[in-house]
Write a protein that binds this ligand. Structure first.
Ligand code: NDP
Ligand code: HSE
Length: 429
């Protein structure tokens, strides 16, 4: 018998869940016309009844036991937007095993347990879709899996954390300090009360793990990604970046170099004329190079109630279409390869090194000779500030091996002519 409605079990009615309710409610007619039948939220699992009511959910739909959703044969799709890893994993597994397709925005869980969850989805011939997990409202997962499927993807560059991008933009535009912009980001509700996962780069690393797994067809987990956050970036580094015609971004970088994968998240100098340099404030951008398509960029809001709900509901619509066409499981896991993931020491890039040294003859020559002995080739040097016989020097290298520059910096840091190595930031492009 032809279905008359696709029923949804919504788990979590906070920021994203509330947005999912609103988008499905507001655009009910247009979505019905596009899919061919009604999509309706049948039950909403939420601890905080008032929160669900505030989003517009009628009280009779609000439940406190997930079993009501698992045991209801009329519920076709489960949307998990509770967040966290333990309970969410349990709920998603049970939903998949109950034969329901699942939509989630949970990057923390996918970057950790993705492989197991996709296997369960495949075994049960249902969909597990996750467009909102990277870049919030930006379409990026499905374009990578489908529209760019003809390409060998060579690089993925992403600004995928809105909080840190807002902070770096403010530091750059207004010369504000790290602590001032962090306080402002909290006050505006961008940064969490505990912003560790944003400022230390963990959130971006989870999103990169998901993107790289799809782009390079090999499983990349959060623990595989080299991560350095923005906590050491100062207004002075940003000033030098400008002088070098660069912007400073927390960049998520994925590269497939001759079948070996590089995955790293760190503050990065990128040229001002790179399209990602103009991705500012809380916006996100993902820049991909494919061998056939060349460069493509995706830009938009990486978080927030309605942008994130836009991606979640798009996935729900896909699940509904697959159910109607008898094509569930169509977009299953594409990690068919087992590529080696490089250690950070094996990667090559350019470096900006800021240091304080004694301002006297032969100092630059002595430091340059250590760099040279460790095969670190230098591109430029700037000397700007002298305070009481201490000079601030900035070096920019050519492409060098990470292990070599780290060895050089260890030696240089121990020289009596060097007061401190103030910061080291990688440079792309
Ligand atoms: P919220 O904390 O706003 O919403 C989660 C909701 O689930 C809360 O209302 C929470 O209630 C409820 N909840 C938690 N545990 C239970 C439970 N055991 N039973 C019933 N309800 C429960 O989170 P978000 O909406 O911001 O995020 C949801 C997911 O979306 C996360 O995985 C997040 O990473 C992801 N995401 C979020 C984005 C955003 O912009 N917010 C962007 C992209 C992805 P209570 O508050 O009372 O605990
Ligand atoms: N904390 C994240 C950010 C939310 O700032 O981008 C979206 O995943």
């Amino acid at each position: 018998m032809q279905k008359k409605v696709i029923n949804i079990g919504l788990m979590g009615c906070g920021t994203v869940g509330g947005g999912v309710w609103k988008v499905l409610d507001t655009n009910r007619d247009i979505i019905r016309k596009r899919v061919g039948i009604e999509i309706s939220i049948k039950k909403v699992l939420e601890k905080d009844v008032d929160k669900a009511k505030a989003a517009g959910v009628p009280v009779k739909k609000i439940i406190s036991k997930p079993e009501i959703i698992f045991d209801d044969p009329d519920i076709d799709v489960v949307v998990e937007v509770i967040g966290g890893t333990t309970l969410a994993a349990e709920l998603i597994k049970k939903a998949l095993m109950a034969g329901k397709s699942v939509v989630t925005a949970n990057k923390d869980l996918l970057a950790q347990d993705g492989q197991e969850l996709f296997q369960i989805a495949e075994q049960n011939k249902v969909d597990l879709l996750f467009e909102a997990s990277v870049g919030g409202g930006i379409p990026i997962i499905r374009p990578l899996k489908e529209c760019l499927a003809a390409n060998r993807v060579e690089t993925v560059y992403g600004i995928v954390n809105g909080t840190t991008n807002y902070m770096l933009t403010k530091m750059s535009d207004e010369g504000s300090s790290y602590s001032d912009v962090l306080a402002e980001a909290k006050q505006k509700g961008y940064a969490e009360a505990d912003p560790t996962s944003d400022v230390e780069g963990y959130d971006a690393a989870r999103k990169l793990a998901i993107l790289a797994s799809i782009a390079f067809n090999t499983r990349v987990s959060f623990k595989d990604v080299f991560v350095e956050g923005i906590t050491k970036v100062t207004a002075r580094d940003i000033m030098y970046a400008r002088e070098l015609n660069c912007a400073v971004k927390l960049l998520a970088i994925g590269k497939d170099i001759d079948g070996k994968i590089e995955v790293r998240v760190h503050p990065t100098f990128i040229p001002q004329n790179h399209p990602l340099a103009s991705v500012n404030d809380v916006f996100n951008g993902v820049f991909i190079h494919g061998d056939a398509v060349g460069d493509v960029m995706f830009y938009g809001r990486g978080a927030g109630e309605l942008p994130t709900a836009s991606a979640v509901v798009g996935d729900v619509i896909d699940c509904a279409r697959n159910i109607l066409k008898g094509a569930r499981g169509r977009l299953s896991c594409t990690c068919y390869d087992h590529k080696l993931i490089k250690d950070i020491g094996e990667t090559r890039t350019k470096y900006y090194v800021r240091m304080k040294v004694l301002d006297r003859p032969s100092v630059l020559a002595a430091i340059a000779s250590v760099f040279g002995n460790q095969e670190v080739s230098l591109a430029s040097v700037i000397q700007k500030r002298n305070i009481e016989n201490i000079a601030e020097i900035v070096w920019v290298t050519h492409d060098v091996l990470e292990n070599n520059i780290q060895d050089a910096l260890k030696i240089i840091g121990g020289l009596s002519i060097v007061e401190e190595i103030s910061n080291v930031i990688r440079v792309e492009g």
